[in-house]
Design a binder for this molecule. Sequence first.
Ligand code: PNS
Length: 162
Amino acid sequence: MTAPPRIAVYPGSFDPITRGHEDLIRRARSFADSVIVAVSVNVVKQPLFSLEERVALIRQAVDDPAVDVRSFDGLLADFARAAGASVIVRGLRAVSDFEYEFQMALMNRKLAPGVETVFLVPAFDLTYLSSSLVREVARFGGDVSQLVHPVVQKALKKKFGK
Ligand code: PNS
């Protein structure tokens, strides 16, 4: 009997996708047969990029047929279960991430007991990176070429006109 494919869900706001997210997707692919990048519809604050734009940027930045990009509304646990995922992947950059991530992992386990949360450590030089920092730097015309895929850099330039 062959084992069922291991599907990992990598959820987030991705406003926009950064080199840090790309790094985590690659790392998730080292143990998952396929990765579903799950873009949350419900971003607390008004996002810079629309849902459609966020999804399209990920599709352009990630060139791997085993990576699927989908949006989701409602609970992540429900989405993960419906997608047949056995793993939820989250990145841990710093101690400050831990409290929130731990709460979320425990709640997701309660809601979907069969789905394990796995925390991945990003590449050393991407540890400080976040979408909010990228937006901030781009807003004021700073160079984000090392931080995001060229298509994202172009989209940021278009948004901010610089
Ligand atoms: O990139 P982010 O903003 O840190 O991602 C947070 C996200 C989207 C993964 C989280 O807010 C989420 O899972 N939202 C969906 C609603 C949900 O399931 N909330 C309860 C989590 S315990």
